[in-house]
Design a protein around this ligand. Structure first.
Ligand SMILES: Nc1ncnc2c1ncn2[C@@H]1O[C@H](COP(=O)(O)OP(=O)(O)O)[C@@H](O)[C@H]1O
Ligand SMILES: [Mg+2]
Length: 254
């Protein structure tokens, strides 16, 4: 006989809600990652962002750029994944690296395992060739974050990263870093010497003018360069008044 303890119903309900939340998040992530099914306007918006970024990079001797924003949950990882997909569609060799060693998410968005990755490689526990996900899509390799380390800032500063980026420069046409938000910690800004600059993500109805000011200030203080903004989560009111259509929009900062 099964004895039902008080509170079991609450636990059951909690588990059901948890499942629903995971399912909803999965569906949402699927919708926000570029695929054959993506809306024309979204694919085009990423293409135009891609063109702008290519022009910005061509003015420097760098092949790398990083995506950051003011706060967590703004959409950095989603934008990083979509830009990487868009760049790889041109037939150029692209590597996407999850450098958010505090709250990594790229592996969830791209449905990859994250047993080992960037942090383990920089900590010299594994070698790049053993942990990189080759050809996640044609021309697109992805390195997930790896084990969450106790000292993310020190890892990003380590000389191993500089050797690693040198190698990537030889093997790839574009290097894209998904990085942490710069509102609280400055890990993302430690990448500045390897990259041409930062693509800044702002989110409609979330990012405030104050956030943008602080974001730009943090970037300026470290002498880094903003390459442009990508605004996400813009709802577009359709002809029949249907809402909930996610739209990406890009404009050049400089
Ligand atoms: N343009 C968008 N429209 C709607 N939801 C989005 C959009 N971009 C990201 N999201 C959702 O927001 C959540 C956080 O996104 P994520 O890219 O992980 O943010 P960050 O890397 O800045 O923390 C995810 O659940 C993602 O599906
Ligand atoms: Mg992220």
């Amino acid at each position: 006989m099964k004895i039902k303890l008080p509170g079991h119903k609450i636990r059951e309900e909690k588990a059901l809600n948890e499942n629903k939340r995971t399912r909803d998040k999965k569906n949402k992530d699927e919708k926000t990652v570029l695929s054959e099914k993506s809306k024309f306007a979204i694919v085009e918006a990423y293409k135009s962002a891609r063109t702008n970024i290519m022009f910005s990079l061509s003015a420097t001797d760098k092949k790398a750029f990083a995506i950051t924003s003011y706060a967590k949950g703004d959409g950095k990882s989603t934008v990083a994944a979509n830009l990487a997909i868009s760049f790889s569609k041109m037939g150029k060799r692209v590597i996407l690296i999850d450098c958010d060693l505090r709250r990594p998410n790229l592996h969830n968005i791209l449905k990859l395992e994250n047993k080992a990755g960037f942090s383990d490689m920089v900590g010299r526990m594994v070698v790049f060739d053993d942990v990189v996900n080759r050809e996640v899509l044609p021309c697109l390799d992805v390195l997930t974050s790896g084990t969450i380390p106790p000292n993310p800032s020190e890892l990003i500063c380590s000389p191993e990263v500089s050797r690693f980026v040198e190698r990537l420069n030889r093997e790839y046409d574009y290097i894209i870093f998904d990085s942490p938000p710069v509102g609280v910690v400055a890990d993302a800004l430690l990448l500045k010497e390897y990259i041409a600059g930062y693509i800044l993500v702002t989110r409609e109805r979330k990012t405030t003018h104050g956030d943008i000011e602080k974001l730009l200030q943090n970037i300026k203080v470290t002498d880094s360069k903003p390459l442009g903004f990508i605004r996400v989560g813009v709802t577009h009111e359709g002809k029949r008044g249907r809402r909930g259509y996610y739209y990406y929009y890009y404009y050049q900062y400089y």
